[in-house]
Design a protein around this ligand. Sequence first.
Ligand code: SF4
Length: 351
Amino acid sequence: MKNLRDFTYEELLEEVRGLGEKPYRAEQVYGWVYRKCATDIDSMTDVSKALRERLKESYSVEGLKVLEVKSSFDGTRKFLSELSDGSRIESVLIPEGDRLTLCVSSQAGCALGCRFCMTGLSGFTRNLTLSELNGQVFAARGLLNEGETITNVVLMGMGEPLNNYDNVLRFVSILTDGRGFGFSHNKVTLSTAGLVPGIRRLGAEANINLAVSLNATTDEVRDRVMPVNKKYPLEELMDALRGYPHNGKKHVTIEYVMLANVNDSIEDAKRLIKLLRGIPCKVNLIPFNPFPGARFQAPENHMVSTFSKILQDAGYFTIVRASKGSDIQAACGQLKGRYGEEEGERDSAGG
Ligand code: SF4
């Protein structure tokens, strides 16, 4: 059985043509899947009965199995889903003012092994399929309170999205398709640990926001904190960011997890300013969220405010991101996909 949530519009068009049907049938079915959130083929009432019967022979509409939902005192909701092979992923709904952001995972686990990240410490299982990416949006919609709408989507959960490039790009096409989920391009952000070829390709092929998890100002420290830096060192990464298209409105977001006595000094702040020269960007400073067994510590408050002020004085829009959902381990770097096992065990993070 093929899952109807596994197709972009163009792919569904091909399927429908293969069945000898007219192209408008693809639009009807696609509308039922994404706009009307149909969970079975029988409910697609304006699709002819004969076509529905034929579709049912080879297609289904399968969602994720949500195993558990945890809610934070600040309104953040984290949900754990099980995939068909038993892998588990986490996704997070984060309210902030009039925004409600869905943080989506792109892989089960992650191969990049960032040292401050729970997901990275737990290893890599596999890439998510399109229906598993889409499934997180459908599952999140099922958790909304009355009057709530998801306003933004960030690919910032478990995994490195650029390592699952093709499926992620298909997902982005559905997110930003008016016949699909219908988000504006400006409301979709992909966060990477710094895969240079993927950044260049994304800049050429998609029109979405880019965030980069930077977290160090020298190759020596970044090699230690993020092993991917050995492959794509800072100079190469900064060059790719300088080339990332921006249209006046769009800026690259620099994510900087502050680790006490590792990357939080005044010298780091000054070096960061030099590194960012020529890159239209804003900076999110994220004080590290410690987890049991973590080898890093949270920075002191005065280090965070000094660091932030140096960047602001240099003209960079800088915010210190309050960690939402840290009481339910939904904060940046704390996703791992294994509820029910977590107490007393080493926790790591997802980026
Ligand atoms: S921070 Fe992101 S890229 Fe790095 S290990 Fe964690 S999930 Fe992977």
